[in-house]
Design a binder for this molecule. Structure first.
Ligand code: PEP
Length: 250
């Protein structure tokens, strides 16, 4: 039985004072949550959010990290910097980073390997565009994203990897994949994980769904066999929306 993992990607929202205040109220409200909970504020909000959730069961994650130890990489943030402030988790390969910043599967793989070598938990995002889905390329795209993105990762390291299936056409658009479509994509991803890492890893693999998850659709999505949680964007920005999502398990 896989435990549900619900994550909130705050993207480039909230200034540090707002983020810390919201994180503190979330930590208090979610103290009896039956699911694993993660929030991912932007870099400058991380120290305040880490402080605000101290002692709670909320995991704080970064939205990105660099693939080098340190050095002349202007504007970048390293694993060591994150770990020093108590952040041991990172989202990698989000579709917005793929789309707007040209991140390729190969580049994302370097970050995945580096983050894992540095003892971080990784949430790897995959998912197809509408054009790819309509062009019948869903499986081809997911296969490349999983096989290249996780190239060189060991079965042991997979304990520290969550996969988030996020169809690009469903992110921030209000369109959600039907539970059946989402479940089918998740089952396909689990099959890829099995081929690459074996049955035991695949059975335990947490695969989140992301794309316009909200209080009104979370339960039917989470009821699907292969959906083990959610990566939530817009609806993670307020307690009114995020709390019922976290509390989707009775
Ligand atoms: C996301 O940012 O990963 C996401 C799924 O966003 P939204 O929930 O707003 O569609």
């Amino acid at each position: 039985m896989r435990n549900l993992y619900i994550a909130g990607n705050w993207k480039m929202n909230m200034v540090p004072s707002e983020a810390a205040k919201y994180a503190a109220s979330l930590a208090a409200a979610a103290k009896d949550a039956k699911v694993k909970v993660m929030i991912a504020p932007t870099f400058v909000c991380l120290p305040g959010v880490v402080e605000a959730v101290k002692g709670s069961n909320i995991i704080v994650s970064a939205q990105n990290v660099n693939d080098h130890e340190k050095g002349a990489y202007t504007g970048e943030v390293s694993c060591a910097m994150l770990k020093d402030i108590g952040v041991n988790s990172v989202i990698l390969g989000h579709s917005e980073r793929r789309q707007y910043y040209g991140e390729t599967n190969e580049f994302i793989n370097k970050k995945v390997l580096f983050a894992l070598e540095n003892g971080m938990e990784v949430d790897l995002c995959v998912g197809e565009t509408l054009e790819e889905r309509e062009g019948g390329r869903l499986e081809e795209v997911l296969t490349a994203q999983i096989n290249v993105g996780l190239d060189g990762v060991t079965p042991e390291q997979m304990k520290h990897v969550t996969i988030a299936y996020e169809p690009v056409w469903a992110i921030g658009t209000g369109k959600t994949a039907t539970p059946a479509d989402a479940n089918a994509a998740h089952a396909f991803i689990r099959g890829l994980v099995e081929k690459k890492f074996g049955k035991a890893v695949a059975e335990n693999q947490i695969i989140q769904y992301g794309g316009s998850v909200k209080p009104s659709n979370v339960r039917e999505l989470m009821a699907c066999e292969h959906i083990d949680g959610a990566l939530v964007g817009g609806a993670s920005l307020t307690l009114e929306q995020f709390l019922p999502i976290i509390n989707c398990v009775d």
